[in-house]
Design a protein around this ligand. Structure first.
Ligand SMILES: *Cc1c(COP(=O)(O)O)cnc(C)c1O
Length: 403
């Protein structure tokens, strides 16, 4: 009998793991299905339903037979809605050939790194970072250069730290504001300093603004691309409807940037996925052009929950959390507990604490190591205030049992 050889997996996949955030969500779901009363702080998506006007637009698209291939980079109606959004919200003028609509924000970013990076090109990524940036950079053949940040700068990369990390190989820098996982938001002044430095050194700016609409501060914020004509020309803005409109399952994201780069990204998309789902595109047109009232309501709700979450975390002795100004995550420092024991077992590191909270408190969180910081855990407040209170109470009690 002929022996069947195991299929060989590419070298490219070495060290590439499943997204930790999605894995934790799946593990909590599994425990829940087995009867455990798990409180989920792991979610990376809004818990609200997609607004009714948006769903209706999708049903209308189906009924009108808008169910065929569309232009690869998105229908003109959606590109125009995106252009309108940039003009209204950010004061930036783009034309259709500077816009690409993809199958989710994640897909836009993946297209971008493939179109941008040559082997050994470096991309500066401030840590804590969104899980997928370094992996995508690596998949595209580039090298991620991680710049550590901590509470002392509100988890923001200073212009000095940025400058220090620029090398001859630096191609781009990623700014994610408001940030996943820390919720930090750069002020326009801070963005200006980063943009100045980037322009001086010829470093391309990648600005992931997917949480733009979930901002809770009073001071105005700005897109880094809106700061000057030079900044606009030297940057790409990534955004999408997933977070702002509770549309994670619809898979629509978009990018705005230099024509040649957008063209290259569109070509990659044309050879891989083709257009994003036609029905989702029509839903996204309504999301961007229709009433923005539901967004404001969701943001107001998130802001209230943020306060409950952050105050609750800081009232647990030994836990500290800087107040995030955007997104729906709290990034809490738990390192003061490292090395403490539960029934003889020493617990240290964010992964051990994630298991500890799941087992001892029936609360699902995400280990900070996934975002480049082992001293922290990420807690999503995309859940009810009651859940936040109960989950934190259980966590506090579990931590109290450590000796
Ligand atoms: C959720 C998220 C995205 C994009 O999500 P999609 O569901 O692919 O649109 C992009 N960047 C960050 C930081 C995110 O958290």
């Amino acid at each position: 009998m002929r022996k069947v050889k195991m299929v060989g997996i590419s070298k490219r996949m070495e060290g590439l793991d499943e997204s930790v955030t999605l894995a934790i969500t799946a593990r909590a779901k599994d425990l829940r299905a087995r009867g455990y009363d798990i409180i989920g702080f792991g979610a990376g998506e809004p818990d609200f339903d997609t607004p009714a006007n948006i769903k209706k637009a999708a049903v209308g698209a189906i009924e009108k037979g808008k169910t065929k291939y569309t232009p690869v980079g998105g229908i003109d109606e959606l590109k125009d809605a995106v252009i309108g959004k940039f003009k209204k919200d950010n004061g930036i003028d783009y034309s259709r050939d500077e816009i690409l609509v993809s199958c989710g924000g994640k897909h836009s970013i993946f297209n971008l790194f493939l179109a941008l990076l040559d082997p050994l090109d470096e991309v500066i990524i401030p840590a804590p970072y969104w899980v997928s940036y370094p992996v995508m950079v690596k998949l595209a053949g580039g090298a991620a250069r991680i710049v550590e940040t901590d509470e002392t700068t509100g988890f923001k990369m200073t212009p000095e730290a940025f400058k220090k990390n620029i090398t001859k190989r630096t191609k781009a820098v990623v700014i994610n504001s408001p940030s996943n996982p820390t919720g930090c938001v750069y002020t326009p002044k801070e963005l200006e300093s980063i943009a100045d430095e980037a322009l001086k050194k010829g470093v391309f700016i990648i600005s992931d603004e997917i949480y733009e609409k979930l901002y809770y501060g009073d001071a105005p914020i700005a897109s880094i691309a809106s700061l000057s004509q030079e900044a606009r020309k030297n940057s790409i803005v990534l955004n999408g409807v997933s977070k702002a409109y509770a549309m994670t399952g619809w898979r629509i994201g978009y990018a705005a940037g230099p024509r040649e780069l957008i063209k290259a990204m569109t070509n990659i998309q044309s050879q891989s996925t083709s257009n994003p789902a036609s029905i989702s595109q029509w839903a996204a047109v309504e999301a961007l052009n229709g009433t923005q009232e539901t967004v404001a309501k969701m943001a107001a709700e998130f802001k209230k929950r943020r306060d409950v979450m952050v105050e609750g975390l800081n009232s647990i002795k030994g836990v500290s959390c800087v107040r995030p100004d955007g997104a729906f995550y709290a990034f809490a420092n738990i390192s003061s507990f490292f090395g403490k024991r539960l029934k003889e077992r020493a617990i240290a590191g964010s992964v051990a604490f994630t298991s500890f909270f799941l087992e001892e408190a029936e609360v699902a969180v995400v280990p900070g190591i996934a975002f480049g910081s082992d001293a922290h855990i990420r807690l999503s407040y995309a859940c009810s205030e009651d859940d936040i209170r109960l989950g934190l109470k259980r966590m506090g009690e579990a931590l109290g049992r450590l000796e």
